[in-house]
Ligand binder design. Structure first.
Ligand SMILES: NC(=O)c1ccc[n+]([C@@H]2O[C@H](COP(=O)([O-])OP(=O)(O)OC[C@H]3O[C@@H](n4cnc5c(N)ncnc54)[C@H](O)[C@@H]3O)[C@@H](O)[C@H]2O)c1
Length: 472
C-alpha cells in the first residue's frame, strides 16, 4: 500500500501536512510491542531538521561560564563551525577545566576567569554568554549577563525557585535580550517525529498521554544519590533537575498550557536505615556487600565504566586509574555508599496533569529500571502511539493498521555526531542564528514557554509536599 492510500485510510490527514512525501515502505515490526501485521514506515516524515551549520554572515562571539560537561558540548560547536562561532572567554573555578578550554579555543590570558562573577568585572566583550554552571549558579550570572547586554544560552533548570524563573523572563524583556533555555529534546528527531505525527491528526484528537522517564538505577545512584544533583535544596527538586525536559516535551506535544498538577513520591531506598549490616561508608573500604550490591561504585565506574565524565580522565579508562580517582578528593565522593550520602531526592515520583482543553497526562519518573530512554503513549480519538525514546508505532483504530517511525540518528546526515539525538548542536545553531540576526523567533521556544514548564515542576513539588492538587 502506498503512503497516500494508507494516510487516506486514516482519513484525517490534510494534503500538504507534515506527512506528505514519498512512498511508505515495509518496516520491521517491533518485537513484543504489537502483533505482526501490515506495518508501514513513517521514516519519510518531513521534519524541521536542517544542517547544523548556522546560517549567518557574521561570527558570533561567546563566553562559556562553567567549562564542565555541558559547557564543552556547546564549546565544541565552535570548533565545528569556527567561521560562525568563536569562544572568546571562559570561566571555571577548576583551573584545569579553564585551561583545557582556553587551550582548545586560543582564549587570551585576560579572558580566562575563575568564579563567574569575574567575567562581569570587565565591560561587555562578547555577543553572548553560555551559562553551564551547576543549577544553583544559573540565576545570578544570568541576571547580571542580561543587565550587561549579553544574550544568554542558559542551562536548565533555569533557576531554583518559581520567583527567580519569572524574574529571569522579566529581566530579558527589560533589557531586550535573547534568553534561550537548553531544552535540547525539542530538537531530537524522535520527539520531532512524535510531535509532527500528533499534529498531522493521524491519531485524531489527542485526549491523553502517559510518559515515563526511566532514570536507570546506576544513573540514579551516580547523579541523584552520590552526585551533583543529590540535594534538592542545593540544586533543584528532581522533577526539575531530571525532568524539566519531560514537562517541556509534554507541554510542547499537547500544545496547550498545563492548568493543574498533582504529585506523589518519596525517597524510599537510599537512606541510612536501609544500609545492609556491616556496610562501609565507601565501596572502596572493603565493604562486605561490594560484590553483590547493584550500586557498587567499583562496579559502576571501574568495571562497567559508566558515567566516567566526572573523573577528568582525559581519555585514560584504565580500571586502576579510575580506582585511584575513587580514592582521591574530590572524586572520592563518588565512592560513597549509596545509603550514606547527604541526599534527599525522591527515587520514585508520579504526577498527573490537566491541560487547557482537557487533555490529561500522567508522568512517572522512576529510579529503579534497568534502562533509560523515555517511554510515551499517546491516546487519540482515532489512534494510538507508543514509543520508547528511539522508535514509535502508530496504530489506527478503524483499520488496525500500523506505522512505525524508527529512523536512526546516525542516518540523519545533518545531525551526525551530536549528542541528545542531535539536539545539542541544533539548539546552539538556532541560538547563534538568533543572536546574529537579533531575532528571538529563530528559537524553538520562547522564554515564557520555557519558564512555564519550570512552573509546572515547582507546582508538582508543592503538590508532592502538600498532598493537594496545585494550579500552575
Ligand atoms: N540540557 C541538558 O540536557 C543537560 C544535561 C545535563 C546537565 N544539564 C545542566 O547543565 C548544568 C551543568 O551540568 P554539567 O553536567 O555540565 O556539570 P559539570 O559539573 O560538568 O559542569 C559545571 C562546571 O561549572 C563549574 N563551576 C562551578 N562553580 C562555578 C563558579 N562559581 N564559577 C564558574 N564556574 C563554576 C564547575 O567547576 C564545572 O566545571 C547543570 O545545571 C545541569 O543541570 C543540562
Amino acid at each position: 500500500m502506498i503512503r497516500r492510500d494508507f494516510l487516506k485510510s486514516i482519513g484525517t490527514i490534510a494534503a500538504g501536512t507534515a506527512l506528505s512525501g514519498p512512498l511508505l515502505h515495509a518496516a520491521p515490526s517491533l518485537p513484543g510491542l504489537l502483533p505482526d501485521g501490515d506495518v508501514h514506515s513513517l521514516n519519510d516524515l518531513t521534519l524541521p531538521i536542517r544542517p547544523l551549520r548556522p546560517e549567518t554572515d557574521r561570527q558570533v562571539s561567546v563566553i562559556i561560564i562553567g567549562a564542565g560537561n555541558r559547557g564543552n558540548v556547546y564549546a565544541d560547536f565552535a570548533r565545528k563551525f569556527p567561521e560562525q562561532v568563536k569562544v572568546v572567554g571562559v570561566s571555571d573555578i577548576l583551573e584545569h577545566r579553564k585551561l583545557r578550554m582556553a587551550g582548545q579555543h586560543n582564549i587570551p590570558e585576560e579572558n580566562r576567569f575563575g568564579d563567574w562573577s569575574e567575567v562581569f568585572t570587565r565591560p561587555k566583550f562578547a555577543d553572548a554568554v553560555v551559562i553551564s554552571t551547576p543549577d544553583n549558579l544559573h540565576y545570578k550570572p544570568c541576571m547580571k549577563a542580561l543587565a550587561m547586554g549579553y544574550d544568554v544560552l542558559l542551562e536548565k533548570p533555569v533557576a531554583q525557585t518559581a520567583q527567580e524563573c519569572k524574574a529571569l523572563g522579566a529581566q530579558a524583556r527589560k533589557y531586550g535580550r535573547i534568553l534561550a533555555v537548553c531544552h535540547v529534546l525539542r530538537y531530537a528527531p524522535y520527539f520531532l517525529a512524535l510531535r509532527e505525527t500528533v499534529r498531522s491528526g493521524a491519531i485524531g484528537k489527542l485526549v491523553s498521554l502517559q510518559h515515563l522517564e526511566p532514570i536507570e538505577y546506576a544513573h540514579m545512584a551516580h547523579s541523584y544519590v552520590r552526585g551533583n544533583w543529590r540535594s534538592s535544596k542545593e540544586t533543584t527538586p528532581i522533577i526539575l533537575a531530571k525532568s524539566c525536559h519531560d514537562l517541556d516535551i509534554m507541554r510542547w506535544i499537547v500544545d496547550a498550557p498545563c492548568k493543574t498538577i498533582s504529585a506523589d513520591g518519596s525517597l524510599m531506598l537510599f537512606k541510612p536505615e536501609n544500609a545492609p549490616a556491616g556496610a562501609t561508608r565507601k565501596c572502596t573500604d572493603g565493604c562486605p556487600h561490594e560484590s553483590t550490591c547493584p550500586y557498587s561504585a567499583l562496579d559502576i565506574y571501574t568495571r562497567r565504566k559508566q558515567h566516567l565524565g566526572v573523573f577528568d580522565l582525559d581519555g585514560n579508562r584504565d580500571a586502576k586509574f579510575i580506582e585511584q580517582r575513587l580514592h582521591t578528593p574530590p572524586y572520592d565522593s563518588y565512592a560513597r555508599c549509596v545509603y550514606y550520602c547527604d541526599n534527599d531526592q525522591p527515587d520514585h515520583y508520579v504526577t498527573e496533569m490537566v491541560f487547557e482543553g482537557g487533555v490529561t497526562a500522567s508522568f512517572s519518573m522512576e529510579a529503579f529500571t534497568p534502562w533509560g530512554g523515555r517511554r510515551t503513549r499517546l491516546m487519540g480519538t482515532k489512534g494510538y502511539i507508543e514509543g520508547n525514546g528511539s522508535q514509535f508505532t502508530l496504530r489506527e483504530f478503524r483499520t488496525g493498521k500500523k506505522a512505525v517511525w524508527d529512523k536512526k540518528v546516525s542516518d540523519i546526515a545533518e545531525y551526525r555526531g551530536a549528542g541528545h539525538g542531535g539536539g545539542d548542536h541544533a539548539l546552539v545553531r538556532d541560538f547563534i542564528e538568533a543572536v546574529a540576526a537579533q531575532d528571538a523567533s529563530r528559537l524553538s521556544s520562547t522564554i515564557d514557554v520555557s519558564i512555564e514548564s519550570h512552573l509546572m515542576g515547582f507546582a508538582a513539588e508543592r503538590s508532592r509536599k502538600s498532598g493537594r492538587k496545585e494550579k500552575v
